[in-house]
Design a protein around this ligand. Structure first.
Ligand code: AMP
Length: 483
């Protein structure tokens, strides 16, 4: 089956072919003709199946008749409302609308919370045919009388299951009451709980059920591996995985916002570029983190379930569950970020003893037994000793405490005897076998006896005196910094 055979217009076909899509995905093959025929649809499709195009393409086609270049807002009433549970998904869906509607004169905009409403008012009031929105912000605009829905012909609920999980049901009810009764409705959900069926029963009229993957199933292109790890050693296990497998772009899930921040801080301390996204980060921070991750400026994106909802990251190969989700259906959503559009994906989970029940719930839902791999306990301990103990030593030193027992590694003289210790030794004895210390220091400024430089913390100026006698080579850097 080709896109041409689906009956799409030449401008849409042109935009699609510019995306490099060779043929429609199964959900597109099934949904596009049904939506073009004006029927309601209940789409059971996981993310990564091409479901966004499956509703955006026929929507654009359907409203092509209304496209016009008039500047009057009255000539651009809202025709379609697409609701998504999160801002990120809203932005992504809107991005798709813009991409596939590149050659259309239909206007669209996206509205979501977390940003100043004023910045959205102008676009909304200018008139738009297609509105992508999160429910709460849509209602804010309704209350401000920025939006009118009397001409709406199409309602699309994307990731409806998540909307229910996030408690959007009351907002959805309000929004539906604002829409004309006569309209087409499309509802997409990765999972099919009883609540979803209930919602579908209320909104959809004689819907065509389209399911492209087994219920609650995940792509066969994704491999699942579990590593049993003690909770307190997970951070080090994660570092090992990243380093050993040389992972360059990984989405890591934590259960809480606090946990996401804590893990991101730890990874940064370990010199792994990383950012965290969760509900407490403002929209700018979230957008920036996502952009950096997509452009490979950062290696790891730590996310909570809500923030990562609907993220579409091209060719993301690895998702790591730092903690398993409480709700097994969230596992489906999490790992749905990888293995998209025909690419292979890997879902790795670090599972501690107290998460075993969560794991078996996930296995029950997916109908698979996840394979278990073991990380060498030595490797985890070694990495934990080196970085963790070092940080404890630094903390002790700062707090003026007597250092606790060091690990063998820290007793290694090469590490514990630092430059300062060597300097003291050389200054005391005037002798050193280390070649670095045996070259005399030659000052570039022989006449200078002292300079004013900032103290070590860069806070206040201090007077540094130059020593009168030649010093070993390693002292060079000290003086260089001073002048
Ligand atoms: P979605 O399931 O809508 O989140 O789409 C996942 C990814 O599949 C997106 O990056 C789309 O650009 C891509 N995609 C959508 N339709 C096709 C297609 N027919 N062929 C190849 N890739 C596609």
């Amino acid at each position: 089956m080709s896109f041409e055979q689906l009956g799409l217009s030449s401008s849409i076909l042109k935009a699609v072919s510019e995306q490099g899509y060779l043929e429609p995905t199964p959900i597109q093959v099934q949904a596009i003709p049904v939506i073009l025929a004006g029927k309601d649809v209940m789409g059971g499709a996981q993310t990564g199946t091409g479901k966004t195009a499956s509703f955006v393409l026929p929507m654009l086609q359907r409203f092509e008749v209304y496209a016009n270049s008039s500047m009057s807002p009255a000539k651009h009433p809202v025709r379609a409302v697409i609701l998504t549970p999160t801002r990120e998904l809203a932005m992504q869906v809107h991005e798709s609308v813009k991409i596939y509607g590149k050659y259309s004169q239909l206007r669209s905009t996206v509205i979501y919370g977390g940003v100043n409403i004023e910045s959205q008012v102008e676009a909304v009031r200018a008139g738009i045919e297609i509105l992508v929105a999160t429910p709460g912000r849509l209602l804010d605009h309704v209350h401000q009388k920025n939006l009118m829905f009397s001409k709406v012909e199409l309602l699309i609920l994307d990731e409806a299951d998540r909307m229910l999980d996030m408690g959007f049901m009351p907002d959805l009810k309000l929004i539906i009451q604002l829409l004309p009764a006569q309209r087409q409705n499309l509802m997409f959900s990765a999972t099919f709980s009883d609540e979803i069926k209930n919602l579908a029963g209320k909104i959809l009229r004689e819907p065509v059920l389209i399911e492209v993957a087994k219920r609650n199933s995940v792509s066969e292109l994704i491999t699942h591996v579990v590593y049993p790890v003690e909770a307190k050693k997970k951070q080090f296990a994660l570092i090992q995985l990243i380093k050993q497998q040389n992972l360059q772009q990984v989405l890591v899930f934590t259960r809480t916002k606090l946990g996401a921040d804590r893990l991101a801080r730890f990874l940064i301390q370990q010199s792994i570029t990383c950012a965290a996204i969760h509900g407490d980060r403002n929209q700018l921070q979230r957008t920036q983190a996502l952009a950096d991750f997509k452009q490979n400026t950062i290696r790891i994106l730590v996310a909570t379930d809500v923030a990562a909802r609907g993220l579409d990251i091209e060719e993301l190969t690895h998702v790591i569950n730092f903690e398993l989700p409480n709700n097994p259906e969230d596992y489906v959503h999490r790992i749905g970020r990888t293995g998209r559009a025909g690419s292979k994906g890997h879902a790795i989970s670090l599972v501690s003893k107290d998460e075993e029940t969560l794991l078996s719930n996930i296995e029950k839902l997916l109908g698979i037994k996840v394979s278990v791999d073991h990380m060498s306990e030595n490797v985890i301990s070694r990495s934990s000793n080196s970085s963790y103990e070092k940080s404890l030593l630094v903390k002790d030193r700062k707090e003026g405490k007597k250092p606790r027992q060091e690990s063998k590694q820290h007793r290694n003289p090469k590490i514990s005897v630092g430059v300062n210790a060597r300097r003291t030794a050389v200054a005391k004895t005037g002798k050193c076998e280390d070649p670095l210390f045996t070259q005399p220091y030659v000052s570039k400024y022989p006449d200078l006896v002292s300079v004013t430089a900032m103290d070590g913390l860069g806070r206040k100026p201090v007077q540094r005196r130059f020593p009168e006698r030649a010093l070993p080579a390693l002292f060079t850097s000290f003086h260089k910094r001073s002048d």
